[in-house]
Design a binder for this molecule. Structure first.
Ligand code: F6P
Length: 541
């Protein structure tokens, strides 16, 4: 049992540091330390992590590290990596790191080395993806598969969706991969509108195989296939399943040989390197998939073995704690300057907010400090023309992560230099701002000068990677996964369950029968919901 967080010595120190540092400006912090950029940055394995534009000094940094030590972070990391059941509310180990343990060193769960089953499943993924990529996997009528449709939601969708988009340059030129998640019939209908069932393969991804949206979409996809072929035998040519609930997948109609396993020790939002990533492997091929795993694995080792004060995800996490718990910030923006990372925020929102959006500690007590922030953002430079006004001149403090790639995948004139110059300029403008005096010196009259003044002193991190490759993408994702882990440990919450999504699901199940009958049923809901149901039924008549 952890001592209450606020009783940590480092916590008290940080409270005092916070009152002190609030009187400084990043301008002063840079002016007084000529080595600040070097002192607060790290270059590791192709990742340049600049955290110098944060509201910290050496004493604050040391107290943050001390906080991690007091919370026994290293011990907790070892518990995760050695397969202990740290997800206690579900009585499960948490071993996404095993999925990319490309060194194959044994990892045990309940005294059983899980590496052989991981390798076996990965080999099966390789066989399937090779067959599809080389045109050997034929549909029921003998035509090559040209379209792959991944049906899943949450962790069974967002990770693969994000990676496939991020690595679009590396994808098979003749295969189209689509993702269907929303139970809104528009999603499946629009996806299938231009597809030929004879050339289409569905991958139904669901750890539980009970998720309403996924089962509804898979059922409609099955009808679409059966409508064309009028033969149940067609299903085995057009459906694969990825699930920990093989029985349900078989009952759905997917043949046993077409089902790949998921394990209870991998959470949905941490599962893209498991068979959940089959669509990724089909898109980019087995070799590139292995490079993705290598990138993850390199960061997994960095996180496990590097000293805390040189450990990038640890520092990212502690800086987050610093703002959330001492500056009382409520959100954190992530701005990748890469169009290919268009889906990164959607992915990261689930990863972070489903993990750390918790209000009770591991003992079940209400916490008396803030936990996970709202994660939001968008790609630069688009974001600059959308919400950056608030970041620069609004009343809320929003710490930001800027992510950039030094070399472009699409060299096109000066585009990439323009992109990076914008990234750097934004971190600079946020940090240093523009004083009223500077504005006046530009001959801007009062009261306009006040509107054109930038307070600055807004913190940001900058992560620069050499190039967007499967390897560097794996690194980037793993950094955020481990950042989330560290914050959960400091806050003493369970980061690997998601009970908060259950209530809405249960209530939707109760409401559904009312909406499926035009005449309605007696309803026991609150007055507002009843009125809404009646209105829907009335209009539908
Ligand atoms: O709604 C939350 C959730 O349980 C996620 O954690 C999970 O990624 C998603 O639903 C999908 O679950 P499944 O893979 O079991 O269909």
């Amino acid at each position: 049992m952890q001592a209450p967080l606020k009783t940590a010595k480092a916590w008290k120190q940080l409270e005092a540091h916070c009152s002190r540092i609030k009187r400084s400006h990043l301008r002063d912090l840079f002016a007084t330390d000529p080595n600040r950029a070097k002192n607060f940055s790290l270059l590791w394995n192709g990742i340049y992590f600049d955290y110098s534009k944060n509201l910290i000094d050496r004493a604050i940094f040391d107290s943050l590290i001390q906080l991690a030590e007091e919370r026994q972070l290293k011990r907790h990391i070892e518990e995760m990596y050695t397969g202990q059941k740290i997800n206690r509310t579900e009585n499960r180990a948490v071993l996404h790191v095993a999925l990319r343990n490309t060194s194959n060193s044994p990892i045990f769960v309940d005294n059983c080395n899980i590496m052989p089953q991981i390798v076996e499943t990965r080999n099966r993924m390789m066989e399937i993806s090779d067959m599809i990529r080389t045109g050997q996997w034929k549909g029921y009528s003998g035509k090559k598969i040209k379209n792959v449709v991944n049906i899943g939601i949450g962790g069974s969708d967002l990770g693969p969706r994000m990676v496939i988009e991020a690595l679009r340059v590396y994808t098979h030129p003749e295969l189209s991969i689509s993702m269907v998640s929303n139970v809104d019939g528009a999603h499946l209908s629009e996806t299938l509108r231009h597809l030929d069932p004879e050339e289409t393969l569905f991958i139904v991804v669901s750890k539980t195989f009970t998720t309403q949206e996924t089962i509804a979409n898979a059922t409609s996809a099955k009808s679409w296939i059966l409508e064309r072929f009028k033969d149940h035998a067609a299903i085995m040519f057009h459906f694969l399943g990825i699930s920990a609930n093989k029985k349900a997948a078989v009952e759905f109609g997917i043949s046993t040989s077409n089902i790949l396993n998921m394990w209870d020790w991998v959470g949905g939002r941490y599962s893209l390197t498991s068979a959940v990533g089959l669509s990724i492997m089909i898109a980019i091929g087995g070799d590139a998939f292995m490079q993705l795993l290598e990138g993850f694995h390199a960061v997994d080792n960095h996180f496990r073995y590097e000293e805390l004060n040189r450990n990038i995800p640890v520092i990212m996490a502690l800086l987050g704690i610093w703002y959330i718990n001492f500056f009382h910030t409520q959100s954190h923006a992530v701005i990748p300057y890469a169009q290919y990372l268009d889906q990164f925020l959607n992915y990261l929102q689930q990863a972070d907010m489903e993990s750390n959006g918790k209000r009770v500690d591991k003992e079940g007590n209400l916490v008396d400090y803030a936990t996970g922030p709202v994660i939001w953002g968008g790609t630069g430079t688009n974001a600059q023309h959308a919400f950056f006004q608030l970041l620069h001149q609004g009343t809320q403090l929003v710490p930001c992560d800027f992510i950039g790639f030094i070399n472009p995948l699409n060299p096109l004139g000066d585009h990439h230099s323009m992109l990076l110059s914008n990234l750097l300029a934004q971190t600079q403008a946020l940090a240093f701002g523009k004083t009223k005096q500077e504005v006046i010196e530009e001959n801007i009259p009062e009261p306009l000068a006040q509107h054109r003044t930038f307070a600055g002193n807004k913190p940001s991190n900058c992560l620069l990677l050499d190039k967007l490759t499967p390897y560097s993408l794996g690194q980037l994702i793993a950094l955020y996964e481990h950042k989330i882990f560290v914050q959960g440990i400091i806050w003493d919450i369970y980061s690997f369950d998601q009970w908060g999504v259950e209530l809405g699901k249960q209530m939707a199940d109760k409401i559904l029968p009312h909406l499926m009958r035009v005449d309605g049923l007696p309803v026991e809901n609150d007055m507002s919901t009843n009125a809404l149901i009646r209105h829907i039924l009335e209009i539908r008549k």
